[in-house]
Design a binder for this molecule. Sequence first.
Ligand code: AMP
Ligand code: ZN
Length: 470
Amino acid sequence: MRIYNTLTHKVEDFVPREAGKVGMYTCGPTVYHFAHIGNLRSYIMEDVLEKYLRFTGLDVKRVMNITDVGHLTSDGDTGDDKMLKGAKREHKTVMEIAKFYTDAFFADCKKLNIKTPDVVVPATTYVDEFIRVISSLIDKGYAYEAGGNIYFDTSKIDNYNVFHNFTEDDLEVGVREGVEEDTNKRNKADFVLWFTKSKFDDQELKWDSPWGVGYPGWHIECSCISMKNLGEYLDLHCGGVDNIFPHHTNEIAQSEAYLGHKWCNYWFHVHHLNTTSGKMSKSKGEFLTVSLLEEKGYDPLVYRFFCLQSHYRKGLVFTWENLDNAKAAYNKLVARIGKLLAEAAGSEADTADVSALEEKFRTAMDDDLNTSNAMTALYDILKADASPAAKIAAVEHIDTVLSLGLVQAAKKTAEPAEDDIPEEIKALAEERAQARKAKDFAKADELRDKIAALGYTVKETRQGTVITKS
Ligand code: AMP
Ligand code: ZN
């Protein structure tokens, strides 16, 4: 597989360090509010990446943090604590807020068929580890204490601006309108590893440390959670493009200073979902959620379908009209698969045929996760000159990656729901099944005809008796 690496600005062959195995880290949500569908675009595309790596036979271990402490309203080190702001807004404790929105995040993920990573770590459970790594950075001369806080000294490393995607002005992190410059910093780009001088007296979550009671900075969370669970060499690190600077830049600085060698080989960044009026933002307060989509009558998988139609390295504009188009296309696709299912009933797929049908899909995905072309490949499978059973098998297999629930949705629409079948018909079908079991085929046929006369078709499949309206 080839993949765009933000570190080298090139599409490269993806070669894990250890043959057959992939260590993958994902920056998790800051749980002070619901995830908006922009955040979820990132998680959908990362999910597709993980599943495709598995599809190609790689053994992936995926780790994600939950930011329940340390993320301030500026991505630098200033402003209010996002968690505390959320707790104040809802008159709850920070831990109540964290629990509620962590659960809400995973509930949304489930609706979008996003797999839960193998390891999920709330930052508040790793404070000892943060303290251990920060102490080591101080010992190695990469961190200093000033005004009560511990800062990372960016002048101590050769290549801080490792992604080469920001300017000197950007280095004034945290110096934004209405925010005071932090005079404790030796260099503009330095960032906080541990706060004791909280800007807010009522910071709820504080821990004892060698430098006084306080709490960790945001960036150190991801470095420590990754290194502890995936070791000192990481294959792949993911996030949205806004994470490149300062978050991922700082993660690299501190991890490599701590380890004394290169840390992560591939950096995968998903571009933003925007509205017509600009970037979607959680802190702006007004944003689109999965629940809102559901309230408006959209299946969350229609949103997943909408995301997969575009390449992850292109900005995507959300409008209701775009989502309506996706909904119509998704429903049409499901209906086509439903027809194919009926044609394929009872026949076996040839494995060589299935594999040939999947070829275009693999080519698209190997080309920097081109899900847009992969969707075209999916339509090509439906059009191909192959048996319906092979087509269904191919669709089912590639949908282990796309996770659009296509065959399941098709089955649901093709057959009336269990409850739509009258009790009388169900009883006759059961009687017929018993007759077949007793090898009384004459009676079974008689009952089948009786059911047909009442407007229903009964069929025995490997999954059991299926009753459909004729
Ligand atoms: P947060 O919960 O704010 O820490 O963000 C969770 C993830 O969503 C991060 O990987 C962000 O980079 C990503 N993200 C934030 N805004 C957007 C957006 N509008 N579109 C896509 N991804 C986003
Ligand atoms: Zn992170």
